[in-house]
Design a protein around this ligand. Structure first.
Ligand code: SF4
Length: 211
């Protein structure tokens, strides 16, 4: 099986296994996802979902958050870790949305990438989830799983994994595929040395490169 064929087979099987997989960060407006993805660095999505409730109760829109003192934001987001740098990025980011984009999140990858605290992973997540555009989100689950499966060979650097996957994954499948990798990585192909291959739907086609 070529890597392209393997990718299509994996996409199909994971689709059946996790038909409703989606983003596990709660948001109802694009700017809120921007805030949440910044808070999610080295923090669980579940904790972020709780912390943002307090944040939005106090600062309910882009203008309020852009005007908020960084120390006030920091006090609220502290439970997510890295409170100071996250608060500083969120503040700077909201100011740019307010001043340059009329309070809206730009639907352009390169513009997203220029926002404070937004890297390729976050920009891809927003392009896929908010704007329904092609996206490959290379988080820790994605990188671990595609290496184990044999879709990439010993590539750990997120941008290199992303570039390799763009060649294998049909663009319209990328965003959902990455959400499904997260589900599969949490439930079956866990970070332990010995994942649950015996109950994995990919058992007969996976490269099982468990190094
Ligand atoms: S067969 Fe094992 S290594 Fe491969 S995806 Fe499934 S759990 Fe992970």
């Amino acid at each position: 099986m070529t890597k392209e064929e393997l990718a299509l087979e994996i996409i199909g099987r994971l689709k059946k296994e996790y038909p409703d997989a989606g983003c596990t960060l709660d948001y109802n407006q694009a700017w809120k996802l921007l805030v949440s993805v910044r808070l999610a660095a080295q923090c669980t999505d579940a904790r972020v979902n709780v912390v943002v409730e307090d944040l939005y109760a106090r600062f309910p829109d882009v203008d309020a958050l852009a005007d908020a003192p960084v120390e006030e934001i920091e006090k609220i987001v502290k439970p997510c870790g890295l409170g100071h740098s996250k608060a500083r990025d969120i503040s700077a980011c909201m100011k740019i949305l307010r001043d340059d984009y009329k309070g809206k999140v730009p639907d352009d990858f390169d513009k997203l990438l220029k926002l404070p605290g937004v890297g390729r992973k976050s920009a891809n997540l927003i392009m896929g989830d908010v704007f329904g555009k092609p996206a490959i989100v290379t988080d820790t689950h994605c990188i671990r799983l595609v290496n184990r499966m044999g879709l990439v060979d010993g590539v750990k650097e997120p941008k290199k994994v992303e570039m390799a996957l763009w060649k294998l994954i049909p663009p319209e499948e990328g965003s959902d595929f990455c959400h499904r990798l997260v589900c599969h990585g949490r439930e079956i192909c866990t970070a332990r040395t010995k994942p649950y291959c015996e109950k994995c739907c990919l058992n007969d086609i996976c490269g099982k490169k468990l190094v």
